[in-house]
Write a protein that binds this ligand. Structure first.
Ligand SMILES: [Zn+2]
Length: 312
C-alpha cells in the first residue's frame, strides 16, 4: 500500500433508517464499517456519529470525516436545511460535528456524495458533463458539470424526481401531483400494479410490494411484467427530459432499483432515444448502471472529506 492510500477518511451515509460509516482509503476501498439505527433527535444522532468515529479512530489513523445526508444542504455545505426523515432542521451540522471531533468534517447531500464516488472510482470516471440518477424509494439526482458538482444558486439542484409528468396525477409526498418519482421509483411499482390489475392475469396479492413485483416479473407474471414495462417507459421519458435540458454525455443509474436494471433498462434506453428532441439526428447520452452500489455515498463522502471544503 502506498502513502496516498493510507490517507484514511471516514464516510458516513446518514439515512432515515440507518447511519452507516466506512473507513475509506484514497483508492476508494472501504476497509472497515459500522452501522447503527438512526436516532430520533438531533443530539442523539450527533452523539451516535461521534461514537462511531471514536470507535473507528481507535483502530485507524483517520484524517477527515465526510457526512452524506439525505436532505437539503445549504450551498456552502455547512447546514442541513431540511431532511424529511432526519431530525435536523436548519442545523449547523458541519460545525457541530467538527467541534465534537476536532478534525475536518465535510457535509454533502447523499446523491451528490454517491455521484462523487462514482465520478472518482466508478461508472462516471471518464465523464465530465453527466448526470447521476438514483432510483430507490424516490429519485435522487446530481448534475456533474465539468467534473464538479453543480449546486444551483440555492443548493437544491437538481430535483428531477419532482418534475410533473402527469398533470393532476398521483399525489406526491412533496405536496405536488404527478411527479416523475410517483411513476418511476420503487414505491411507484405497487401503485402501478393496483392501477393495471384489472387488465392482466396475475398471481400477485391485491397490493404487492415492489420486491414481490420484481420477483414475479422474473417469473413472467403478466401483471408484474406490465408494471415493469410501465416503470421502464416512465424512466425513459424522465431520462429524455434530462437529456433535452442538459445534453449530458452519460447518465449513471444508481439506487436500489438499479440492481434490477436488466428488467427495464433496455426499454428505458429505447424510450429515451424515441423521446428526445431531434431523435435520430443527435448524439444520445450513454446510460450505465452504477458500480459502487450502496457504498457509493460513503466512498464519495470520504473522498470529499479528504479533498477539503465544499467549493461553491
Ligand atoms: Zn413530488
Amino acid at each position: 500500500m502506498n502513502n496516498a492510500s493510507q490517507q484514511l477518511a471516514i464516510g458516513f451515509d446518514i439515512g432515515g433508517t440507518n447511519v452507516r460509516a466506512g473507513v475509506v482509503n484514497a483508492d476508494g476501498q472501504v476497509i472497515d464499517t459500522r452501522a447503527v439505527a438512526t436516532a430520533k433527535n438531533a443530539a442523539d444522532l450527533e452523539d451516535s456519529i461521534e461514537k462511531l468515529v471514536l470507535e473507528l479512530r481507535a483502530d485507524h489513523d483517520i484524517k477527515a470525516v465526510g457526512l452524506a445526508v439525505a436532505g437539503f444542504i445549504d450551498p456552502t455545505c455547512t447546514t442541513v436545511l431540511f431532511a424529511p426523515h432526519l431530525p435536523w432542521r436548519n442545523a449547523p451540522v458541519r460545525n457541530n460535528i467538527e467541534d465534537r471531533l476536532g478534525m475536518p468534517v465535510r457535509l454533502e447531500h447523499d446523491a451528490n456524495s454517491a455521484a462523487w464516488g462514482e465520478a472518482r472510482f466508478g461508472a462516471g470516471r471518464d465523464a465530465k458533463d453527466w448526470v447521476f440518477f438514483a432510483v430507490g424509494t424516490g429519485i435522487g439526482a446530481t448534475l456533474m458539470s465539468g467534473g464538479e458538482i453543480y449546486r444551483g444558486a440555492f443548493g437544491t439542484a437538481p430535483e428531477f424526481g419532482h418534475l410533473c409528468v402527469v398533470p393532476n396525477g398521483r399525489a406526491c409526498s412533496c405536496g405536488k401531483n404527478g411527479c416523475l418519482e410517483r411513476y418511476a421509483s420503487g414505491t411507484a411499482l405497487p401503485d402501478t400494479a393496483v392501477e393495471l390489475r384489472a387488465d392482466y392475469e396475475t398471481a400477485l396479492p391485491e397490493v404487492p410490494t415492489g420486491e414481490e413485483i420484481v420477483a414475479a416479473a422474473r417469473l413472467g407474471d403478466p401483471l408484474a411484467v406490465a408494471v415493469m414495462e410501465d416503470f421502464g417507459m416512465w424512466l425513459g421519458k424522465g431520462l429524455a427530459m434530462v437529456s433535452d435540458v442538459l445534453d449530458p454525455e452519460l447518465i449513471v443509474l444508481g439506487g436500489g432499483v438499479s440492481h434490477e436494471a436488466d428488467l427495464f433498462l433496455p426499454h428505458s434506453r429505447q424510450t429515451m432515444k424515441d423521446n428526445i428532441v431531434g431523435a435520430g439526428y443527435r448524439e444520445v447520452a450513454d446510460v450505465k448502471v452504477a458500480v459502487l452500489g450502496s457504498q457509493a455515498g460513503m466512498i464519495g463522502a470520504a473522498d470529499l472529506a479528504r479533498a477539503g471544503a465544499c467549493v461553491s
